[in-house]
Ligand binder design. Structure first.
Ligand code: KIV
Length: 272
């Protein structure tokens, strides 16, 4: 908040870059709906990612592959309506950018036009170079995503740590350099060794944002429902839970059921 005008200072790509330049860590979380986005924005989050993890968290799919562009736009619209300060980045879903750069641009334009979000994210390096170039040429900021890229889960076979072997690590270094040179404004590094994150973060100019990638990234991201303990059984080593909301919400629901059954809700003050 500006002390002089009382206006909220919105987070832009320039603000994000300045944070890296002065060594301030960037905090990013996922959001898929209005109510959650409002809480996270008011709490002071820098970036809200409308992740395609909505496919798992919101819709209960096993992978991120089934979610559609229309569904991502619906989630993004709900998040954008809630936000006053945070930057809103939206995942381009599987199938909306891989086939050719024209389709990629049209998908990115739909997201920006129909949701009012501020940037898009897509997975991959040199394989999607043409799509990234074309989206950037249209003036749309792009966040990259390397390492474990869940849209390629059927190629990887598992969700284990990526780039442990030198050949894959070198490809990741090259891709990170490429994304930096192309003009992406930031880069998610998912589930790679901490040492590699440090090396990449120090060697490129744009901010890196890690998930399961150690402390040396320029920022961190978690799936909000994991961080709040709403997802019950997902407990990977990299996850820190800041609440146990599954338990809290279960107990609250049981309290409500008990009060309805015992006829103690509603009481005299809770009626007209
Ligand atoms: O979809 C998502 O939530 C993501 C984060 C895990 C980075 O891509």
């Amino acid at each position: 908040m500006s002390a002089v005008t009382g206006e909220i200072k919105k987070i832009t790509t320039h603000v994000i870059q300045a944070m890296k330049d002065r060594g301030e860590k960037i905090a990013m979380l996922t959001a898929y709906d209005f109510s959650m986005a409002r809480i996270l924005d008011e709490a002071g989050i820098d970036i809200l990612l409308v992740g395609d993890s909505a496919s798992n968290v919101m819709a209960g799919h096993e992978t991120t592959l089934p979610i559609t562009l229309d569904q991502m736009i619906y989630h993004a619209q709900s998040v954008v309506r809630a936000v006053n300060r945070a930057m809103v980045v939206v995942d381009l879903p599987f199938g909306s950018y891989q086939s050719n750069s024209e389709i990629a641009l049209s998908s990115a334009i739909r997201i920006m036009k129909e949701s009012g979000a501020h940037a898009v994210k897509l997975e991959g390096g040199s394989e999607v170079e043409d799509s990234i170039r074309r989206i950037l040429l249209a003036g749309i900021p792009v966040m990259g995503h390397l390492g474990l890229t869940p849209q390629s889960i059927y190629k990887f076979g598992t969700y284990t740590v990526r780039a442990k072997e030198e050949q894959e690590a070198q490809k990741l270094r090259d891709d990170a350099k490429l994304l930096d040179e192309l003009g992406c404004f930031s880069l998610v590094l998912e589930k790679i060794p901490a040492k590699l994150t440090k090396e990449v973060s120090e060697s490129i100019t744009i901010p890196t944002i890690g998930i399961g990638a150690g402390p040396h990234a320029d920022g961190q991201v978690l799936v909000t429902h994991d961080m709040l303990g709403i997802t019950k059984d997902f407990k990977p080593r990299f996850l820190r839970r800041y609440a146990e909301l599954f338990q809290v919400m279960t107990e609250a629901t049981q309290g409500y059921i008990a009060d309805v059954k015992s006829k103690s809700f509603p009481n005299e003050k809770e009626q007209y």
